[in-house]
Design a protein around this ligand. Structure first.
Ligand SMILES: [Zn+2]
Length: 297
């Protein structure tokens, strides 16, 4: 399989996965489901990344905002939780399946926030490595007004929310910790459904992913629930399993590279076939994961 064919398949795979449906355009039948994680804290799941909604006296705070095509359903789901517009929406990173609702949320009155790199990336056309996927610039009204540096603490209703910058999945990830609920939103540092995407064109790397996941695990007690960017809510043990996969795969690809094998030879050799059998079918296929690790080593 040539790389261009792999990339064509992957573009469709990402979009279909982001949609949670066979067709990228087919968001129509996808509901925005709401699950209570704690009093005043809900998980919203629709067509893109996982969203958290935290109630506060002045309105809801959202962590992430799904894909643009789900914006009407996202707004309806938030209105069912708390009357009035969403007050503040914070992005875990700049990808379209996490900030897609930003324009609609801002039009409805929300203030938008993200790591300081996110506004720059959203404001101009971007290209995603490996996927060969072009991302158009976002309209000015959908850009974050609050640009966060390394850390920020928010008091929101009864909740204390700690935001911390990480550079792993992209160079501008935010890990979001909700202290009272004992919940951490790890963004796309954690794909709880298979091999992750690593945005090597925008500061992401396998070593950054490993560091970011180690940081998240350091926040966890035995009862902490971890919201991944994609997939079901996880326990610390499940995140530890995922960390083991990242570490093992990094070591295997690094050894192939050090032995002088090309990317194509490494992909063809299937050096981690046992891992691939378990984890390579649901999200990104092994050849893509190998390329992303390779590019970042
Ligand atoms: Zn992402």
């Amino acid at each position: 399989m040539t790389r261009s064919i792999v990339r064509t398949i992957l573009s469709a795979a990402l979009l279909a996965a982001a949609a949670g449906a066979a067709s990228a355009q087919d968001f129509g039948p996808i509901p925005e489901t709401t699950t209570e994680l704690a009093p005043g804290l809900h998980l919203l799941q629709g067509g893109g990344g996982n969203v958290l909604a935290c109630a506060g006296d002045g309105g809801l705070l959202l962590i992430d905002a799904d894909v643009e095509q789900m914006a009407d359903k996202l707004l309806a789901a938030t209105a069912a939780l708390q009357a009035g517009p969403v007050a503040l929406a914070v992005a875990t990173h700049w990808h379209f399946d996490h900030v897609g609702g930003f324009g609609a949320l801002a039009a409805a009155g929300a203030v938008l926030a993200a790591h300081e790199s996110v506004r720059d990336w959203m404001a101009a056309p971007q290209h995603l490595d490996v996927l060969d996927h072009d991302v158009p610039a976002s309209p000015a009204a959908a850009l974050p007004q609050i640009c966060i540096g390394d850390t920020l603490t928010l008091r929101w209703g009864d909740e204390t929310i700690g935001l911390r910058h990480a550079a792993g999945h992209t160079g501008g990830d935010l890990v979001v910790r909700l202290h009272r609920a004992d919940v951490v939103h790890a963004g796309d540092l954690f794909f709880n459904c298979g091999y992750p995407y690593i945005d090597t064109a925008h500061g992401g790397s396998i070593d950054g992913m490993i560091d970011g996941v180690e940081y998240v695990l350091g926040l966890c007690g035995p009862g902490t629930r971890i919201v991944p960017g994609h997939g079901p809510v996880a326990t610390p043990d499940e995140l530890r399993t995922y960390l083991g996969i990242l570490r093992d795969y990094r070591r295997i690809v690094a050894a192939e590279k050090a032995a002088g094998r090309s990317l194509e030879e490494t992909v063809a050799a299937r050096p981690a076939a046992a891992l691939d059998e378990r984890w390579g079918g649901a999200m990104f296929p092994p050849e893509a994961f190998i390329e992303m690790i390779w590019l970042s080593l």
